[in-house]
Structure formats: structure tokens, C-alpha cells
Design a protein around this ligand. Structure first.
Ligand SMILES: C[C@@](CO)(OP(=O)(O)O)[C@H](O)COP(=O)(O)OP(=O)(O)OC[C@H]1O[C@@H](n2ccc(N)nc2=O)[C@H](O)[C@@H]1O
Ligand SMILES: Nc1ncnc2c1ncn2[C@@H]1O[C@H](COP(=O)(O)OP(=O)(O)O)[C@@H](O)[C@H]1O
Length: 288
């Protein structure tokens, strides 16, 4: 039996530099793992079958689940014909901009590489990860990184102090593809200052990191769901150093000095609809 944690991510900054020939968007985004995680348990199957059980009704349980797709992709690309039983405990809100499916897919690749003794090197795992989704290569290693291209060209960055994070997830999800399509239909607003964010991270300066938060997709998703602006303002009123929508949303995060302060901020969010979670920034995933 093997058990792995699959960590969620937030985007500390997200800028779009252009549209690619393949229809995807050229990204420049600073991605950051957080302690909030799903849990995957791998155990032996009597036959060669791959099976998945999940405690959440919000994600597909069968072959469309990214965990299942990761297992199939590994078998297609190796001589392995072994089976596995995977149990997935979902804690990361779904379709929130927190990369939950990507985190699960990365954990499935890394976990099965060990469970099936495949011995695939990190570079091969990373190229398989990119097949499953633009965010999956980042999730293999986690920590703090600058992502370019579709999201798969990664530059590791120094680890930040474990700042506290308040997550506010409104009671609906959004489709990432729909948000990128809406972005294409409106004049782009000003992007974040990525260079200033990178300097703040190099200096390991929490106040400067908080000041430099920015996401060019935030006004796009907020135009579809204005409550996102209300939530960001509520986080600031409640005492967060700064607040921003993560990825394509709709989850909004507030950064705080530490996790205890994040707990105090969360307790003041009495009127915010949806789910409120308290967590902290996290480092690299040692299991991967
Ligand atoms: C916006 C971001 C920011 O980290 O995260 P989420 O909000 O999804 O968590 C990512 O770019 C999402 O990455 P991920 O969710 O893995 O994307 P994929 O499954 O590969 O693609 C979903 C859809 O998003 C669009 N897409 C994705 C990445 C990219 N660089 N350009 C795009 O245009 C495409 O329309 C694609 O069909
Ligand atoms: N293991 C999984 N966990 C979450 N979502 C999954 C999973 N497998 C497939 N999906 C699908 O991926 C979509 C995106 O979910 P998720 O990764 O949570 O959001 P986001 O892309 O906003 O970070 C959902 O619509 C969901 O049905």
C-alpha cells in the first residue's frame, strides 16, 4: 500500500502574453503550493484492472477522472500491465482554480511510478504530466515556481515563509476553458508586475509578495460572477494583507502573516457565501 498527498496550488500572479497557434494561451504565472491536499491510496488489485473509488460526488468516478487517465497513460507508455486499486479522498474544492484535478493527476503519476516500480525519470514523468493538463507538470514538484508556455515550462523559485492563507470558494465552479474564451472576447486589462513579484520572492519578503499579487483573469471571471469582487473586498476588510482570485477562479485567497492570523481573518468572514478554508503556503512535494 502507498499513500500520497496531492497539494492544491494558488497563482500569486498570472499574466497572459499572447495566444498560441494551438489555441492555448502563453502564460507567465507564479504558482505556489498550499498545504490543503487530497489524499490518494494505492493498493494491489487481484487482476490487471485499474479501479478508482472517490469520496466526492463532484468529480467523475470512472475513466474521465484525471487519476484514472494518469494510470492509463502510464500503462500505454510502458510495458506495465499491472492493475491497481486507487482510493481518492477529495478535500480540494472542485473547479475552483486551485488545481485539484491536476494535483491528483500528478500524485497518480508519481505514486504509480513507485507502486509499479516503473523507474521513470522525472523528465519523462513531466512530459506525461503535460499530456494530462497544463498545470500537472507544476504539481509534480510543487513549491514555488514561475510557469511559462502552456504552464509546463517551469523555473523553480526560492521557498517562501509559510504565510497563512484564507480560501473563499463561492458555491459554484467555473470552467477554465470558458474563462480563457471570455478573456479572448474582451480588451485585456493591465497585467501584474511579474518582475516585481519575482524580486519579492527572491527577497523572501511576505509584505512585498502580498503587494504584488495580480491576475489578469480575475476581471474576466468577476464579470461573469461579480460576487468575486465582493469576496476580495471582504477578505481585505477582515484583515488579510491582500487578496486575489486564484487561476481561472472562482476561489479567492487572502494572504496573512501566518496560519493563526488566517484563522482570525476567516472567523470574521461571516457574510461570505460558500466555503471558507484556512491553510498555509507549502514547499516542494518530497514524495514526487
Ligand atoms: C488557469 C490555470 C492557471 O494555473 O489554472 P486553473 O484555474 O485551471 O486551476 C491554468 O492555466 C489551467 O491549467 P489546466 O486546468 O491544467 O488546463 P488544461 O486542462 O490543460 O486546459 C483547460 C482549458 O484551458 C485553456 N487553456 C489552458 C492553459 C493555457 N495555457 N491556455 C489555455 O487556453 C484551454 O482552453 C484548455 O482547453
Ligand atoms: N481527480 C479530479 N479532481 C477534480 N476534478 C477532476 C478530477 N478528475 C477530473 N476532474 C474534472 O476536472 C475539472 C476541473 O477541476 P479542478 O481541477 O478541480 O479545477 P481547476 O481546473 O479550476 O483547478 C472538473 O470539472 C472535474 O470534473
Amino acid at each position: 500500500m502507498l499513500e500520497l498527498a496531492a497539494h492544491a496550488k494558488i497563482n500569486l500572479s498570472l499574466d497572459i502574453k499572447g495566444r498560441r497557434a494551438d489555441g492555448y494561451h502563453e502564460l507567465e504565472t507564479v504558482m505556489q503550493s498550499i498545504a490543503l491536499h487530497d489524499r490518494l491510496v494505492f493498493s494491489a488489485a487481484a487482476d490487471g484492472a485499474i479501479s478508482l473509488e472517490c469520496d466526492s460526488g463532484e468529480v467523475p468516478a470512472g475513466p474521465e477522472n484525471l487519476v484514472y487517465r494518469a494510470a492509463l497513460l502510464l500503462r500505454e507508455n510502458t510495458r506495465c500491465r499491472r492493475g491497481v486499486r486507487i482510493s481518492l479522498a477529495k478535500r480540494i474544492p472542485v473547479a475552483a482554480g486551485l488545481g485539484g484535478g491536476s494535483a491528483d493527476a500528478a500524485a497518480a503519476l508519481a505514486g504509480l511510478n513507485r507502486f509499479w516500480n516503473l523507474g521513470l525519470p522525472p523528465a519523462v514523468l513531466c512530459s506525461l504530466a503535460a499530456v494530462l493538463g497544463a498545470d500537472v507538470p507544476f504539481c509534480l514538484r510543487g513549491g514555488t515556481a514561475l510557469a511559462r508556455g502552456k504552464g509546463e515550462l517551469l523555473t523553480p523559485l526560492p521557498a517562501l515563509p509559510a504565510m497563512g492563507v484564507v480560501l473563499a470558494k463561492p458555491p459554484f465552479g467555473v470552467s477554465t476553458a470558458r474563462v480563457y474564451a471570455a478573456y479572448d472576447q474582451r480588451p485585456a486589462g493591465p497585467g501584474p508586475d511579474t518582475a516585481a513579484m519575482l524580486a519579492a520572492i527572491e527577497q523572501r519578503d511576505p509584505a512585498a509578495v502580498a503587494r504584488c499579487l495580480g491576475n489578469v483573469l480575475e476581471p474576466v471571471t468577476a464579470s461573469l460572477h461579480p460576487v468575486i469582487n465582493d469576496i476580495r473586498r471582504a477578505l481585505l476588510r477582515a484583515g488579510a494583507m491582500n487578496a486575489l482570485m486564484s487561476g481561472s477562479g472562482p476561489a479567492v485567497f487572502g494572504l496573512c502573516r501566518d496560519e493563526r492570523e488566517a484563522g482570525r481573518v476567516a472567523a470574521r468572514l461571516t457574510d461570505v457565501p460558500g466555503k471558507i478554508l484556512v491553510t498555509r503556503l507549502a514547499g516542494n512535494c518530497p514524495a514526487m
